[in-house]
Design a protein around this ligand. Structure first.
Ligand code: PXG
Length: 303
């Protein structure tokens, strides 16, 4: 535990703080931060999560992330055992105690400990975990040269199945898509909806640009409604770009001037190739660069 003599000694001798992870009200050091093998999050992927960033000690759009977490929980009939305002304090305290300025916060709510049957009523109380660490999704040079993408054969979940709007612990479809992209030598996978149409990257929303018009699939389509997506739409509107939220086909991506992805971990990253087709002139385009610069300004100033 964080306050244990062993922890204090280690911190004293090594000088650097060992990561402290919050589980159900207690901070544990990394090696001791564990959940039961009977937790339904592990047994069935039964739970929801959030990935959140802090910039210079301030958590970016925490309220929106928590709203999405509680909505995801509601959609899977999961009672989050602590109120939203308290959850916000847990996130802030976890960033603070780990002495992180630029951090990645992973908040997880599982169905909790049950038995080997999948009946969620056997789980008396949800497990809540908050981790604050760092994240680097793509190597730095990718932001300069842009990503290559490949459309995965595996689609996102059907929107009336496990809705892609739910940020659930079931990421297997997205992981399979990533595996397919890696096998094909691409940096990232593009996923389609179960019907058809472009959905998203494996952890990012998709945009394309034609002239000064920016297009992205609508939130009601089979996508996770990204917090970064919404922030970029706001920035783009303020910068007088024209915005269209409409269904996209791969054809529209192939023939666009620019393509980029947005996500908490990825932030804004240009795409220069999709399924072997060069997008635009094959470099990260001016609109992508402009929005990335504006996004950087926003995260630096916003609370
Ligand atoms: N689609 C999916 C399927 C996601 O998982 C996004 C879009 C972008 O949403 P936000 O709210 O982040 O703009 C996500 C987010 C990870 C990781 O560990 C994944 C995400 C976020 C942070 C970390 O790979 N996915």
């Amino acid at each position: 535990m964080a306050g244990s003599p062993r922890y204090l000694l280690r911190t004293l001798f090594l000088g650097t703080a060992v990561p402290k992870i919050w589980i159900d009200g207690t901070f544990y050091e990394k090696a001791e931060a564990k959940v039961s093998v009977f937790d339904h999050g592990l047994l069935y992927g039964d739970g929801v999560f959030e990935g959140i960033r802090a910039y210079n000690g301030r958590i970016f759009r925490l309220a929106q992330h928590l709203d999405r977490l509680y909505a995801s929980a509601k959609a899977i009939w999961l009672q989050v055992p602590i109120p939203l305002a308290e959850m916000a304090k847990v996130c802030e305290e976890t960033v603070r105690i780990n002495e992180l300025k630029d951090a990645y916060v992973r908040l997880i709510v599982t169905r909790g400990v049950g038995d080997l049957g999948l009946d969620p009523r056997k789980c008396a109380k949800a497990t809540v975990i908050c981790i604050a660490d760092r994240i680097a999704l793509f190597p730095a040079e990718v932001y300069g040269r842009g990503l290559t993408m490949m459309t995965a054969a595996t689609p996102v979940h059907h929107r009336e199945g496990v809705s892609p709007r739910i940020k659930s612990l079931n990421y297997l479809a997205h992981i399979l898509a990533k595996v397919e992209a890696i096998a094909a030598g691409a940096d990232e996978a593009l996923m389609l909806e179960a019907g058809s149409g472009v959905s998203e990257g494996v952890g990012e929303n998709v945009f394309c640009v034609r002239g000064r018009t920016i297009v992205t699939p609508p939130a009601y389509a089979g996508i996770l409604r990204g917090i970064t997506r919404d922030a970029v739409l706001e920035i783009a509107a303020a910068a007088t770009y024209e915005i269209r939220e409409s269904n996209l086909t791969r054809y529209e991506l192939f023939t666009s001037d620019e393509m980029f992805l947005t996500g908490t971990a990825a932030e804004i990253v240009g795409v220069v190739k999709l399924d072997g087709r060069v997008i635009g002139d094959g470099t990260v385009g001016p609109v992508t660069k402009d929005l990335a610069a504006r996004f950087k300004e926003l995260v630096a100033k916003e609370r």
